[in-house]
Design a protein around this ligand. Structure first.
Ligand SMILES: [Cu+2]
Length: 194
């Protein structure tokens, strides 16, 4: 019978063969490279979020979103507001079962502070077709300083399973080319008056 206390009899240990040593060396080297990549990527990867985050009650966040929509709404699509905030402003995006609210229209080359939060449960923000992924957690205002660098039609897809309508949870962000005349000047005027 084998026991962890009694040492086994006979020659039970042989030095590793050439192939085994080679593969252990390969695996060890690779794991050390990957280990070094973690801190390296933190400093060189250029992918870290800007780290502006704070706690917020879902209803308080909802009110900010509603104010944002009222201030900068420029149109509607199937009853869904399209919002074009002026460059430099705070932009709000709300995730809830099962939509991203509202649709955003941003300008290429302009900088914004994008606030994202959830009303109900965890959602995943992924920006298609570029590779941006964030966890959206209720109770937290997750803010990012962003500069859209390429005009186009983007989709926000929820990548965290959130129920029966999860696959329908698709939002819209349109980035207008830098030279386009802004539609928000009138919205800004009404926003300022409120
Ligand atoms: Cu979701």
């Amino acid at each position: 019978m084998h026991s962890g206390i009694v040492s086994p009899k006979g020659i039970w240990w042989k030095p590793a063969g050439r192939q085994e040593r080679m593969w252990v060396t390969v695996a060890l080297t690779w794991s050390l490279i990957m280990f070094a990549m973690m801190p390296l990527w933190h400093f060189k990867g250029g992918q870290n979020p800007t780290g502006l985050r704070s706690r917020v009650e879902p209803m308080a966040f909802f009110q900010r979103v509603e104010q944002f929509v009222a201030d900068y709404k420029v149109g509607e699509e199937n009853g869904f507001p399209i919002v074009e905030p002026p460059p430099g402003s705070d932009v709000y995006l709300l995730g809830r079962m099962w939509q991203w609210y509202p649709a955003l229209r941003l300008k290429e080359g302009a900088s914004y502070t994008l606030h994202i939060s959830s009303m109900d449960l965890n959602h995943g923000f992924s920006l298609f077709p570029v590779n941006v992924n964030l966890q959206i957690v209720p109770g937290y205002d997750y803010a990012l300083r962003i500069v859209p660098n390429k005009a186009g039609d983007y989709r926000v897809i929820c990548n965290e399973f959130c129920g029966i309508g999860h696959h329908l949870m698709i939002g819209k962000i349109v980035v207008l080319p830098a030279q386009t005349a802004s539609l928000s000047s009138s919205a800004q005027a009404t926003g300022g008056a409120q």
